[in-house]
Design a protein around this ligand. Sequence first.
Ligand code: C2E
Ligand code: CA
Ligand code: CA
Ligand code: CA
Length: 281
Amino acid sequence: AAKNGGSGAVVYDPDIDKASQQSLSLLSELRHAAEQNEFRLFVQPKVDLASGVVSGMEALVRWVHPERGMVFPDNFIPFAEKTGFIRVITQWVMEKAAATASELARQGLRMRVSVNLSTRDLMDQELPQKFAAVLARHQLTPAAFCLEITESAIMDDPVRAQHTLESLHAMGVALSIDDFGTGYSSLAYLKRLPVQELKIDKSFVLKMERDAGDAKIVRSTIDLGHNLGLKVVAEGIESQAAWDMLAAMGCDQGQGYFMSKPMPAEDFAGWLARWTPPLKQ
Ligand code: C2E
Ligand code: CA
Ligand code: CA
Ligand code: CA
């Protein structure tokens, strides 16, 4: 189901799902977008909060539509997940992310690239082989990648998710739990997953400066992650104050508009050359 939102972007609206006509047209538009190369890879830097060193980047897809302009992922990823088209997008993103990482490595910049996976990807038995093929094509080791999986994607089918995650882990790729705190997973279950990183959802980080409750959630999530032996990453850092607060809480890494908004992958090396960490003396 597609309709025009206020911004002129394609909007997926589950309420008009029955308008299958429109669903079909969004699906054909997505297919067309893939054929016409309308997807763009954006990346957002991931920074070590104690040292200010940039350690990696997250790959975030954009759709540049010839008439509607920039379409953000929230306006087509949920639909792509529903229809299964997400597998085409994931394959494209992995390929582009690998090309970006290997180009940066050629310039002497070793950056781990994080790619988002959805439930459908976790259900894909061939995902580990597809991923291995991407690595081989770009002469990268699995350690060049991190795969981010949301808590809710894992809980959709925990048994199969665990199975896929075990295979990916065995290959040597880093795994991260995204949007932590927004799902309903049990800690006992999370403890068994072969993940190395936990990302605190930006909803908590964005509010923690004003809301003591959110600050407590952030602090206890950092402690929880560390107690489980995980690296903790905060997303949604929009100010120096938020950076300082998270660094004081011992949060390992962060992402946010304060450092940089997501940018076209080609711009990353230039951004990195200009980057100066805003550390307190
Ligand atoms: P996410 O994986 O949680 O990605 C973080 C989102 O937070 C990104 O939105 C990013 O631009 C935004 N963000 C980062 N720092 C800040 C900040 O300081 N303030 C605010 N307000 N926002 C910040 P984006 O790029 O629009 O992506 C939205 C979601 O779409 C992602 O959430 C992810 O769930 C999904 N997505 C994006 N690209 C892909 C993809 O290639 N594959 C899949 N499966 N999902 C994707
Ligand atoms: Ca993510
Ligand atoms: Ca997230
Ligand atoms: Ca999210």
